[in-house]
Design a protein around this ligand. Structure first.
Ligand code: WQD
Length: 343
């Protein structure tokens, strides 16, 4: 079996991806220092796959400790790099924390990939690299505009670092630009484990519905959209996860003509905040307690994907619609009963 190192394997998308990789015949090891995640999520992965996942509790900003993982696992065929801080609001308050963590961890992983001749590399990027696009849907060739946060800048810089690095070595890389990952695994054994008050829309909805939050706000209803609220491309986390398996096989099967390919991972459908709330109320059969509030600084008005390239090149077909996303998110919230974790 081909061995894959998943960095950030105890995270939301990391854990879902490990489950998909194993179900598709890969052997997986994880590295995660659990600074923003819980090792317990791997018990959920084990319930889904029947496999116990080894996790190295290592800070990837420490090169020697990162190097030791590769020394112990010289048969690593590919790396999927998720490990990064991703709270947009926190990145605005603490930019240097984000530049140090997100970039040094990437640089160390790339150094080890080069030193140990690991051939395949998949990078967790984000639609945030597009900034505030002039037109939608965005394709992979849409010009990148200034990112709206230091978090987004670390994703733009991360892409550049990878594209420059692979010019001088045999590493093959794919950059996956996620739109808005939401929902939970259909088994309800894994899902998003929130830390503190949720910044993202769907956890805010489900925590309000379960009573963990007294109410939630719609950030702006005066945008030039169909109902005045912002438009996003919500994509089920399991669809995102499967795209990573397809991307790895694309590299392993040497279909990557240029040695770096970029793919948008979105459904291609844009939904407004109010439409998401309506979908949630329908599937949960509850009335959500929300108010219409002011715009949130840094929000882009509308962004959703043209996903033709991933469909054609990777054979990727998203399986979950908006109602499915809301149903799995709600099932998971009810399972964890609104528990949140402190950092
Ligand atoms: C979505 C919409 C909010 C909360 C972020 C990152 C992006 C990616 C996905 C990692 C916006 C509105 C939200 C609330 C609201 N992450 N909203 N009330 O900002 O599109 O993207 O997560 O790659 O990089 O930037 O996601 O879920 O925070 O917001 O009205 O309580 O929901 O204003 O319009 P966002 P989000």
């Amino acid at each position: 079996m081909k061995k894959i190192l998943v960095t950030g394997g105890c995270g939301y998308i990391g854990a879902h991806t490990i489950a998909d990789l194993i179900e598709n015949g890969f052997e997986v090891i994880s590295v995660d220092n659990n600074s923003r995640s819980h090792i317990k999520i791997l018990e959920g992965v084990q319930k889904i796959t029947g496999k116990k996942i080894k996790n190295y509790i290592v800070d990837l900003c420490i090169l020697d400790d990162t190097h030791a993982i590769f020394q112990e696992n010289p048969d690593i065929t590919g790396i999927i790099h998720f490990a990064a801080y991703k709270a947009v609001g926190e990145s605005v308050k603490k930019p240097l924390l984000y530049f140090n963590n997100n970039l040094n961890s990437l640089i160390n992983i790339l150094k080890c990939a080069k030193n140990f001749n690991v051939p395949h590399f998949v990078f967790s990027s984000s639609c945030t690299v597009y900034g505030n696009p002039e037109e939608v849907p965005v394709t992979e060739n849409t010009a990148l505009k200034p990112a709206e946060s230091p978090y987004g800048v670390t994703k733009q810089m991360g892409e550049q670092i990878i594209m420059e690095t692979i010019k001088s070595n045999t590493l093959n890389a794919i950059l996956l630009r996620y739109f808005n990952p939401v929902g939970a695994h259909i088994s309800n054994h894994i899902g998003e484990i929130p830390f503190g008050k949720p910044a993202n829309l769907v956890p805010a909805i489900t925590q309000t519905a379960i009573g963990k939050l007294p109410a939630m706000q719609v950030f702006g209803t005066d945008y030039p959209t169909k109902d005045g609220s912002c438009v996003r491309d919500y994509i089920h986390v399991s669809d995102i996860a499967h795209a990573h398996t397809l991307a790895l096989n694309f590299l392993i099967d040497k279909k990557n003509d240029s040695n770096c390919k970029i793919f948008n991972l979105g459904t291609g459908n844009g939904y407004t905040v109010l439409e998401v709330i309506k979908s949630f109320e329908k599937i949960s059969n509850t009335k959500l307690n929300y108010t219409l509030g002011a715009r949130r600084p840094g929000d882009v008005v509308a962004i959703y994907a043209n996903n033709d390239k991933a469909k054609i090149k990777l054979g990727w077909v998203p399986q979950y619609n908006l109602d499915d996303m809301m149903k799995t998110a709600w099932d998971w919230e009810q399972k964890i009963e609104g528990k949140t974790f402190t950092l």
